[in-house]
Ligand binder design. Structure first.
Ligand code: SF4
Ligand code: SF4
Length: 192
């Protein structure tokens, strides 16, 4: 279907009416700021932003960050479920290679790189809901900014620093340590 482009009228081509309409808004804010001592910042439901930051309500879903457990270990196990479920494809995970991580002695328990493109993220919370390790949480940050598009792609280091430490109710490392202990005392010869 071809939609015919409407021809501009003489007045529209002058652009003066549009210019005047915009100027009136600017002038009104100028007068308000100068004489009525009103803050020129945008008035939001919570007050004057950005001079007075918005008080984030309980349960607000902001930017997603990665968290560490109480012992400072990355909880993410690189299962890539969040990457799969993310509607705008904002998450990019590079799984670890076959080499052993010297800090954990494991090859599969931690992503090699984990990036979230905050320009794409819509703060939907699907990644948090799907994560089996409770390794990713939506925090209350709503005002993210940067000087370039690259700066808005948060890498794993940045995501972990912003996410901070959470207690680990899953206690996977504790369970694994107990399993390892059991294996140490397991003696098949004695059983037979
Ligand atoms: S909050 Fe939603 S859009 Fe943002 S990274 Fe998680 S799944 Fe993707
Ligand atoms: S954050 Fe959670 S869902 Fe995403 S890869 Fe890590 S463990 Fe899997």
């Amino acid at each position: 279907m071809i939609v015919p482009r409407k021809k501009l009228t003489f007045w529209e081509r002058l652009f003066l009416p549009a210019f005047w309409a915009g100027f009136k808004v600017t002038w009104r804010h100028f007068v308000n700021t100068l004489f009525r001592r009103r803050n020129a910042a945008v008035v939001t439901a919570g007050g004057y932003y950005p001079e007075v930051p918005w008080t984030v309500k309980e349960g607000y879903r902001g930017a997603p960050y990665l968290v560490k457990d109480q012992e400072g270990r990355t909880k993410c196990v690189s299962c890539q479920l969040c990457e799969f479920v993310c509607p705008p494809k904002a998450i990019k995970i590079t799984p670890p290679g076959p080499e052993v991580d010297p800090t954990t002695g494991n090859v599969e328990k931690r992503p090699k790189e984990f990036e979230i493109n905050m320009l794409r993220c819509i703060f939907c919370g699907f990644c948090q809901e799907v994560c089996p390790e409770e390794a990713i949480f939506l925090m209350k940050d709503y005002s993210l900014n940067g000087q370039s598009r690259e700066e808005m792609i948060y890498n794993m280091e940045k995501l972990l620093a912003l996410g901070g430490v959470h207690q680990d109710p899953i206690m996977k490392w504790k369970k694994k340590a107990l399993e390892a202990q059991k294996q140490e005392v397991f003696n098949p010869e004695r059983k037979e």
